[in-house]
Ligand binder design. Structure first.
Ligand code: ATP
Length: 645
């Protein structure tokens, strides 16, 4: 995917307004308790940590100097201060020790609560994003979206986590520190406080500028990361193809290019970050140096320049300590800004995914498909694959709220019917009948099957089961009654038993074995070292194509649906096995409505109806004998395959 090509994710992402506010609104509110406890504890921890320098300053002036002044503390009522230097000394010790203990205790409370909040939010974000991904229309996965989704689940989740547990709490700490310190310094000596705090507006201005210029760079980096993930994903999935075509160098170059994109965009971010970070430290350092210079001069000589009054050593020491205390959190502003910016972009991507409308879903008044008889009707069905709109096709994002196509547009539309995959197809399959789709490659056979599963919706006409439009049925109940064995039988990493049981998780071992027997799979499974407990490897790579297909057939036998789709279900097995499977398939399909897609016409001889498709249109229909006698396209195909006239 080139970076100038916008994916639906990009399109919905750019519409997200204030993503971090939405993060709190959607995910934070149910966990406010933890957030509030965390914030309060953080506040108390930071306040307690400010006490020691104040107590130290007072102790210096009231106890340790020759000319002592009165012992008074900003936060302690005068009546609570004991008379006598020794008692005051012990009070100081107790206050300093107590504030360290309080800081430790509140830091622990805030750490635990803040993390409960942050990780709780992340848990929900991750699970919701995955669920959303799984519920997206099949058409999304026709495009290269996997890398994007992977990025959201890993990279973006991590960014949000950093924001929620680091940036948020450090931000609060920073605000408490700066405000708390400013208040204390102003109360102690407002003139010197002005000198110390003069850097604050500069720091603020510098930060606002930085946030403005860094945001587009973060977006570019995130996008480059997603491109890279997509490339890697593709590279790993296609590793065998790359090997057998000797294209390793080509793949490596493509990944290298994508990686270089990540490198360049990351450097763009870092160059600016590393300008900002030392800049911030310098400004904070100036504040410290200015305080030391002005305060030191004041004590050594007299109030400098326009400043007036006295400055005691104790107050000066408190200033020096306090200024240092706020230099450190200020230097952290850069990290906080980094994390906030990253999180903004990531949250927008998370909500970009969340906002992609799902078109193929249950209608509000959808009916459950009970125990269907299995009559299937296609009425004047037209279909073309939806295209995820790019700029060439107009905006994918609905311009007004009435448009609900979810960023899809059918390819035909205004551009004529050139891209139509199915054109005005009508037929009916009575319960228990077998209908075969034959025709040259790309004629639309598999597409017709996918329409019955509602992986896509028809553009015109309707597909009905027992007379009800499948768009009016609950999707799950429809799919429960339609079994599907496709050309490329997919297996999950897991055991053979688990794969047969997939979708019917409660079935007994006995039922699994019977299903395998019906699919002619039991024999080879038994010969495997761990039988039904043998792991099949990622995507089932440890099994042959034919073995995978037989497991997929066993899965559908176990499902026991009223309607069955066998889309080249036996294309990967040898003729011998095919004949054996065919016998069991015949038993399986006898009383079910069955759709068979097959290139080997010998497998469809027994079908009640054979539909011959050409470019999405039914050009011939009838049973085997009728079609052979017609001497048309079917007879031609039959002749080519069998060598007979
Ligand atoms: N997911 C998709 N997105 C866009 N176009 C598709 C998609 N799947 C198939 N097509 C196109 O639709 C047309 C019909 O494809 P389909 O898979 O239905 O053909 P088929 O008759 O089953 O072919 P085969 O015998 O090779 O399996 C083809 O032109 C194909 O390029």
């Amino acid at each position: 995917m080139s970076t100038d090509e916008q994916t639906p994710f990009d399109r919905y992402r750019t519409r997200i307004d204030r993503p971090l506010v939405r993060l709190f609104a959607d995910y934070g509110t149910s966990r406010t308790r933890w957030l509030v406890i965390g914030l309060v504890a953080n506040l108390l921890a930071q306040t307690a940590s400010l006490l020691p320098p104040v107590v130290l300053g007072t102790a210096i002036d009231a106890l340790f100097r020759e000319e002592t002044s009165e012992y008074s503390l900003l936060f302690l009522p005068r009546a609570w201060i004991p008379p006598g230097e020794v008692a005051q000394f012990w009070l100081s010790v107790a206050l300093i020790a107590g504030s360290f203990v309080a800081t430790a205790l509140f830091t622990w409370i805030y750490g635990v609560s803040a993390n409960f909040f942050a990780h709780g939010v992340m848990h929900s974000v991750r699970s919701d994003s995955f669920e959303k991904m799984l519920r997206l229309d099949a058409a999304f996965f026709d495009d290269k979206q996997t890398g994007e989704v992977m990025s959201i689940l890993s990279n973006d989740s991590q960014n949000l986590e950093l924001f929620l547990d680091n940036a948020l709490m450090n931000g609060v700490r920073l605000i408490v520190m700066v405000l708390g310190i400013a208040a204390i310094l102003f109360a102690l000596n407002w003139q010197l406080a002005l000198v110390t705090l003069v850097a604050i507006p500069l720091i603020g201005g510098f930060t606002v500028w930085f946030m403005r210029v860094i945001e587009p760079r973060y977006e570019a980096r995130q996008s480059a990361m997603a491109d890279f993930n997509t490339r890697i994903e593709n590279g790993i999935t296609g590793v065998i193809l790359a090997k057998v075509t000797g294209s390793e160098d080509y793949e490596v170059d493509r990944v290298r290019d994508a990686s270089h994109g990540v490198f360049e965009t990351t450097m763009d971010v870092l160059k600016l970050s590393y300008f900002y970070r030392p800049g911030m430290e310098l400004l904070a350092g100036f504040s410290f140096a200015a305080t030391f210079l002005v305060g030191g001069y004041w004590i050594l000589f007299d109030a400098p320049g326009p400043l007036t009054g006295d400055l005691s050593v104790g107050v000066f020491v408190t200033f020096v300590f306090m200024t240092q205390r706020f230099v450190a959190p200020l230097a952290e502003v850069s990290n906080i800004v980094d994390e906030v910016q990253n999180a903004k972009v990531s949250a927008a991507r998370v909500f970009g995914l969340a906002d992609i409308p799902v078109r193929i879903t249950d209608r509000e008044d959808a009916k459950r498909l009970g125990d269907p008889e299995g009559r299937v009707t296609y009425e004047d069905v037209c279909f073309s694959y939806p295209e995820l709109l790019t700029d060439d096709h107009g905006p994918a994002v609905p311009d007004d709220e009435t448009e609900t196509d979810g960023g899809f547009a059918a390819l035909d539309g205004d551009e004529g019917d050139d891209d139509s995959v199915i054109e005005h197809v009508s037929f009916e399959a009575e319960p228990g009948e077998t209908v075969a789709f034959v025709g040259s490659t790309g004629a639309g056979k598999s597409t017709l099957c996918r329409l019955l599963l509602r992986l896509y919706d028809v553009d015109e006409g309707r597909v009905a089961v027992d007379g009800t439009d499948i768009r009016d049925l609950e999707l799950a109940s429809l799919r429960q009654h339609v079994g599907y064995v496709s050309q490329d039988a997919f297996l999950f990493d897991g055991t053979i038993g688990e794969n047969i049981r997939y979708g019917r998780f409660d079935e007994s071992d006995e039922a699994v074995r019977e299903a395998a027997e019906a699919a002619e799979a039991h024999e080879f499974i038994q010969r495997l070292p761990d039988g039904y407990d043998t792991r099949v490897g990622e995507r089932g790579v440890k099994l042959s194509g034919g073995q995978r297909q037989r497991i997929a057939i066993a899965r559908v036998v176990l499902q026991d649906p009223e309607i069955l789709i066998l889309d080249e279900a036996t294309s990967d097995v040898d003729t011998d096995t095919e004949q054996r499977i065919q016998a069991s398939l015949d038993a399986l399909t006898a009383d079910r409505t069955t759709f068979v897609v097959a290139h080997r016409l010998s497998t469809v001889i027994g079908a009640d109806t054979i539909l011959v498709l050409e470019d999405g249109e039914v050009v011939e229909r009838g049973d085997h004998d009728t079609l052979r006698q017609q001497g048309g396209r079917y007879a031609e195909l039959w002749g080519a395959q069998t060598g007979s006239e």
